[in-house]
Design a protein around this ligand. Structure first.
Ligand SMILES: [Zn+2]
Ligand SMILES: [Zn+2]
Length: 744
């Protein structure tokens, strides 16, 4: 019988804590169960048992576990193993992973959801009484309608919720309350599951075309001796159909499948497509779902009848699986697979491959624009490579035209942010009832508001950035911390009101567009308009049904959405992408532009893309125009080798953070010097990150570049030992240190 338990607390603590196992729990407690434990003088936490043992810790009095919350583990051994890998590789604590991996409801109280239902009071259970009542309601037509609706809906003996009844009868909730007050209806509560009632599979999978069939066979062949296969398929090649066949195979072998998609690509369309084939065997795990829904999926996966297929976003890699056979990571190049803030700063694509290896399962990575890292692995033998080059039903790739907006401006041909050829193409498309997508990777109205008289620019109080104007709300907002103030009417510096708005956000684009095409029906898709799942799906549906003519959006519009009627795509300012100060700027620019361009001309003829730029000679642009991934990849690879970047070198960013700037600078300097003693020329910095102050904390960054063949674990251990040593000094104890391994 175990006497002690090491538990993980949902806190950024590096170590586990040991508690004693009280009598009565000894036989029931297991690793992976939740317990409540005391911490400090008055705090209590829901913690997770990581290890049971008999080794009494020395040097302090061990406190007992207070409560045992589970009869069976809620975290399975393979999950713990994955957490340990994430913790060791990405330099974060098990507590941080616990916080990120497990839905909130499993870390605190979890209340089952209930629903109010309506039934007839006992005194109206006979037909005579009911008829008399209906007659007496002749002067209360809405009550009568509600009662009649109830009778019709429950005639077959089924039950009905209060909400649904009111909805079908189309009356106000008051009417229902009146019938309850009269003693006709009774209201009662029933516990219900949150997981939606699901349809059974009705449609068999589509047959594959020849190219798809070949890809499928090639994937299967490669899985015989490789654990990871990259499927490189052009946009609209029908990769999803290949996935569906692979899922069917895995299910046939009695295995589970995890199908991962980036947040924004997980849409109703893809869910419905898969539900049509796999029916209620598929579960969806989305971060915009309520926490309670996520708790229910977690519990279902632990039960006897788990979903066979999970379709989910980044965090679905942390769900319990018992018998995983295949993981599909679609759009593998997407940045959103990497969690940026807060820790754990893990890459779910890489974690997925590790998880698959624990099960002896296979991983398929799919994309039209592979990340340089992945393509390198696929061409050097670590992964296998399968190509799918033919667009579905022989769709032609769009024609891309580069428009020099510097030249256009010189000749006074620009209308706001739109060049002459783009305006012409848009008006033609609108006449022909075709649709248009405009891409601008900045939200808000204008990223820079400036006083023309004195040059004053409003800046965030807490961060080292200027504020973005949101005109709809007349507010200035910080996109880093959310700090928001009303837009000033007068310059606080010189007291004039001579403001100019520099730069174009999606809001201003929409404004300017309506000046040219006042009749056009426009919609905006960015972080501000898609805060809820329904808002996001509403925008997509309206566009798909042709209720919107022009869709203006940030990179969200590039995410694998299939629209049939798009004739024109405008990339309004490629320079923002190309000039981003990061060694991956070209890679990201190529991927985004290729993906956005892929939205054009899907069914009816060839689409056209207008790529506006001030630097038409940028070498990335002709490769985008020619859709020449190979040439792009080769050019990037030689640059990466020259400047010691991935995939040849691995990067670790070491961040330090504190309120007191001079203390932080002193510490960062010492840290940099000590790192140089250990890692030599591989250390760069300390430097200022692009945003050097966030939420009143100053930030410094040290870059560590290490050869790909050195052990990441050894490096991490060295870093942690150094951190421990330096933070032991009293004056540095309050400094925050954190890491970003394989940053994106
Ligand atoms: Zn001023
Ligand atoms: Zn801020």
């Amino acid at each position: 019988m175990p006497k002690f338990a090491d538990v993980i607390l949902p806190l950024p603590l590096a170590d586990t804590f040991t508690y004693s196992v009280p009598q009565g729990f000894e036989e029931r407690i297991a690793e992976g169960c939740r317990v409540t434990v005391p911490l400090g003088k008055s705090k209590h936490y829901t913690a997770l048992v990581q290890r049971l043992h008999d080794d009494e810790p020395e040097g302090y009095v061990v406190r007992p576990i207070e409560e045992l919350l589970d009869e069976a583990p809620i975290v399975l051994p393979t999950q713990t193993k994955l957490w340990q890998w994430v913790s060791r590789y990405y330099l974060c604590s098990m507590g941080e992973i616990f916080k990120a991996a497990v839905p909130q409801g499993l870390k605190g109280e979890f209340k089952p959801k209930t629903e109010q239902r309506i039934r007839l009071a006992a005194s109206f259970s006979n037909a005579t009484a009911l008829n008399l009542m209906l007659q007496s309601l002749s002067r209360a037509p809405r009550q009568k309608r509600l009662l009649n609706t109830f009778i019709a809906q429950t005639a077959d003996g089924s039950e009905i919720s209060r909400h649904r009844l009111i909805e079908i009868a189309a009356v106000s909730p008051n009417i229902c309350k009146e019938l309850i007050d009269k003693g006709v209806f009774e209201c009662y509560e029933v516990e219900i599951g949150r997981l939606r009632e699901q349809c059974a599979a009705v449609v068999p999978q589509n047959t594959l075309n020849e190219a798809q069939q070949q890809a499928l066979e090639s994937i299967n062949g490669n899985f015989a001796n490789k654990n990871v296969v990259l499927l490189h398929g052009v946009t609209s090649a029908g990769k999803t159909e290949v996935y569906i066949h692979l899922i069917t195979q895995a299910l046939g072998e009695g295995k589970q499948v995890l199908y991962m998609l980036p947040e924004i690509a997980l849409t109703k369309q893809i869910v419905e497509r898969l539900r049509r084939v796999f029916g209620n065997r598929i579960g969806v795990y989305h971060s915009k779902f309520s926490d309670a829904e996520r708790v229910e999926i977690w519990k279902k996966q632990l039960g006897d009848e788990p979903y066979d297929v999970i379709l989910g976003v980044r965090s679905s890699v942390f769900l319990p699986f018992k018998n995983l056979g295949l993981i599909i990571v679609d759009e593998e190049h997407e940045n959103s697979y990497k969690q940026q803030e807060p820790a754990p700063r893990y890459n779910a694509r890489n974690a997925a491959m590790v998880l698959a290896s624990f099960f002896g399962a296979k991983t398929l990575l799919g994309t039209a624009t592979p990340s340089i890292d992945t393509y390198y692995n696929a061409t050097t033998g670590k992964y296998a490579l399968v190509n799918l080059n033919r667009r579905y039903s022989s769709l032609q790739l769009p024609e891309i035209e580069i428009v020099d907006i510097k030249e256009q401006a010189r000749r006074k041909l620009m209308t706001g942010p739109f060049s002459d050829p783009l305006v012409e193409a848009m008006s033609r498309a609108l006449k022909e009832k075709k649709q248009i997508i405009l891409f601008q990777n900045r939200r808000g109205y204008s990223p820079l508001m400036e006083c023309r008289t004195c040059g004053w620019v409003p800046r965030c109080k807490h961060c080292d950035v200027s504020l973005t104007l949101h005109k709809n709300s007349s507010k200035l907002t910080c996109h880093y911390c959310g700090y928001t103030i009303p837009a000033p009417k007068m310059c606080p510096n010189c007291e004039t009101d001579n403001f100019v708005n520099l730069g174009y956000g999606t809001e201003k684009i929409e404004d300017d567009l309506l000046k040219i095409f006042p009749e056009a029906r426009t919609a905006r898709m960015d972080l501000d308009t898609t805060r809820t799942r329904t808002a996001y799906e509403g925008i997509i549906n309206d566009f798909q049904q042709g209720r919107t003519d022009i869709l203006i959006g940030t990179q969200m519009v590039s995410k694998g959405l299939d629209f049939d009627n798009v004739a024109v795509v405008g990339i309004l300012n490629a320079d923002i992408l190309l000039n981003y100060p990061d060694f991956r700027a070209s890679e990201r620019a190529f991927q985004l532009m290729a993906q956005v361009a892929g939205r054009a001309g899907r069914k009816n003829g060839r689409g056209k893309v207008y790529l506006q730029t001030r630097q038409p000679d940028n070498p990335v642009l002709p490769m985008v125009v020619a859709n020449n991934y190979m040439q792009f990849y080769d050019s990037q690879l030689s640059e990466r080798m020259l400047f010691h970047y991935p995939p040849f070198y691995r990067l670790v960013y070491v961040y330090t953070k504190h309120r007191d700037l001079s203390l932080l600078e002193e510490f960062s300097y010492i840290l940099g010097e000590r790192m140089r003693q250990l890692f030599d020329h591989r250390v760069l910095g300390p430097d200022l990150p692009p945003v050097a102050r966030v939420q009143q904390l100053y930030i410094r960054k040290i870059v560590l570049k290490v050869e790909g063949n050195l052990s990441q674990y050894r490096i991490n251990e060295t870093l942690l030992a150094l951190q421990k040593e330096l933070l032991e000094e009293k004056k540095f104890r309050s400094i925050t240190m954190y890491y970003d391994v394989d940053p994106l």
